[in-house]
Write a protein that binds this ligand. Structure first.
Ligand code: ZN
Length: 67
């Protein structure tokens, strides 16, 4: 699952974690007791769940109108 910082657009991907900040890969964002956005310093509450695969599906249907 991916979470996006609403303030700066930084993405936290729990399959990758945040090694630079001591969060190992595979750490569920919701299981973190505290997280600070590495880019803007916002707390966990600034992050929202990212929609998965939505952008990929959209670019495919966009192509359809050309034919
Ligand atoms: Zn941020």
């Amino acid at each position: 699952m991916k979470y996006v910082c609403e303030l700066c657009g930084k993405v936290y991907d729990d399959t990758v974690g945040d090694i630079a900040h001591g969060i190992p890969a595979g750490t569920d964002f919701l299981s973190l007791t505290a997280y600070e956005c590495p880019d803007c310093g916002s707390g966990k509450e600034a992050f929202v769940q990212a929609a998965s695969g939505a952008s990929a599906a959209q670019s495919t249907s966009d192509h359809d109108s050309q034919r």
